[in-house]
Design a protein around this ligand. Structure first.
Ligand code: ATP
Ligand code: MG
Length: 436
């Protein structure tokens, strides 16, 4: 798809970023060096998208960059990157470089500084990411014809794509991400090379893979990225053995977020297993193998459990009522579970749809009403503190959620009756067969 391209212009940038760009550009210029905005920020300006951050490329060497600015952090000095603190923000300033051989498919074994802008462009991943804009003069440098590619709606590697993917397999995931983010067609040679070289993804660290997936999940059309990964076989290389469902992702909609995307992409491994315990074990085993954060693991697990329950409401709509329904509705993962249910099942369970409609119209106080009674009330009613406390508080809350108890005095009266009747018929704990 053809794109409307603008002349990249500093004026289209957020004032903070513009001020920092100019300040750094002026400083480097005064010290006798070049300074160019580079990469994503120039590409975004060309596409009419406000850049979210800036990167600067320079012919100054890392030690020269450090000497030019008062406040710097050597975040990646070996690769030429110095973080410059300017105008209240940190900006990565990276020395023009050419990369030596990539041994581990991730980082060049060596980098060579003292090179030209054109050589620096040649080590970048895609032609549209090899654009340079002077913060002082507004001059644009485009040695890889990235603007022409963007205008054609084309995403292509700089140089020989197979070599570029062999050097760094993560570029295959970046390919999907940029194609999706900017609705670009992947150049055929680039696509074929990604397919052939997908094996290089296996060597990529899990953190980098997850980080890319997180960025894809925050994008407008993650399904487009996933579709490209399916086409080149990238997902199977990153997640061997997992059953993947790219088709479902398409129905998920924009910006699903990482956990929702994962829970959709990976088929619930518990489906069809006999007992709840077996299902849980299968889910936990898969999630562990993905090596995602604990929060993401817990989220996926809960989404799959809730989704299974939502699916179950087809057979048992009654299970979807009363306090139980409210407790499900207020689960922090409910909206995600419903989204996954809708994306992955042939049809939505009618009872689940009712529940989702209710979630949308519920006020916070419907789901989390002020408790009618407290632990002190339980003591006053004659209950001894112990495990029974939690049970009774939950009973009161259930009745409140079902609106069978509406006021504090009703709840206290109910409580007194509850304690009295428990005394009349002793519970099993007090029975002669009890352990104590
Ligand atoms: P975003 O808008 O997502 O930040 P970006 O293009 O700025 O996109 P970054 O990851 O911030 O992406 O990288 C900045 C620039 O560094 C890229 O535009 C590209 O020129 C270069 N780059 C980043 N990662 C790679 C890589 N793996 N291989 C080659 N060049 C890369
Ligand atoms: Mg960037």
């Amino acid at each position: 798809m053809k794109k409307r391209i603008r002349q990249p212009n500093l004026e289209d940038m957020d004032a903070r970023l513009r001020d920092a760009s100019r300040a750094i550009g002026d400083r480097l210029d005064a010290a006798g060096f070049q300074a160019w905005l580079v990469g994503g920020c120039v590409r975004d300006l060309a596409l009419g998208i406000p850049p979210h951050d800036i990167d600067i490329a320079t012919d100054a060497r890392p030690d020269e960059v450090r000497a030019t600015f008062e406040r710097t952090v050597a975040v990646g000095a070996a690769f030429g990157t110095i973080l410059v603190l300017e105008e209240g923000m940190g900006v990565e300033v990276t020395t023009f470089r050419t990369d030596g051989a990539y041994l581990d498919g991730r980082r060049p074994e060596s980098v060579r500084f003292g090179t030209t802008l054109e050589e620096d462009a040649a080590r970048r991943d895609f032609t549209c990411n090899a654009l340079y804009l002077s913060p002082r003069t507004g001059e644009l440098r485009d040695p890889e014809n990235g603007i022409a590619d963007l205008a054609r709606g084309h995403l292509a590697c700089v140089g020989d794509p197979a070599e570029r993917f062999r050097e760094d397999g993560l570029r295959i995931l970046r390919l999907g991400r940029f194609a999706a983010a900017f609705e670009l067609e992947v150049d055929q040679a680039t696509l074929q090379a990604a397919k052939r070289e997908r094996g290089s993804l296996a060597g990529i660290s899990r953190e980098r893979v997850i980080h890319e997936l997180e960025r894809i999940a925050g994008g407008r059309v993650p399904a487009r990225a996933i579709e490209i990964f399916r086409e080149v076989g990238a997902l199977e290389s990153c997640f061997p053995g997992a059953a993947l469902r790219p088709g479902c992702v398409a129905r998920l909609g924009p910006e699903p977020g990482f956990v929702r995307l994962l829970a959709t992409l990976f088929e619930d491994p518990g489906i069809g297993l006999g007992t709840a315990e077996e299902r849980r074990e299968a889910r936990i085993a898969l999630l562990k193998s993905l090596r995602i954060s604990r929060r993401a693991q817990a989220g996926c697990l809960r989404i799959w459990e809730l989704e299974e329950w939502l699916e179950g409401t087809r057979r048992d709509p009654e299970g979807c009522t009363g306090a139980r329904a409210v407790r499900i509705l207020r689960d922090p993962w409910f909206a995600d579970a419903f989204a996954v249910h809708r994306a992955c099942r042939a049809s939505v369970s009618p009872a689940a749809a009712d529940l989702a409609a209710r979630a949308a119209s519920s006020k916070p106080e419907d789901l989390h009403p002020e408790p009618l009674v407290t632990a002190a009330d339980l003591r006053d009613a004659g209950l001894e503190p112990g495990p029974e406390f939690g049970v009774v508080l939950r009973e009161v809350e259930d009745l409140q959620l079902e609106r069978r108890l509406r006021t504090r005095s009703d709840a206290i009266a109910w409580l007194r009756e509850r304690v009295a009747s428990a005394r009349r018929k002793p519970s099993s704990q007090d029975s002669p067969e009890g352990e104590e």
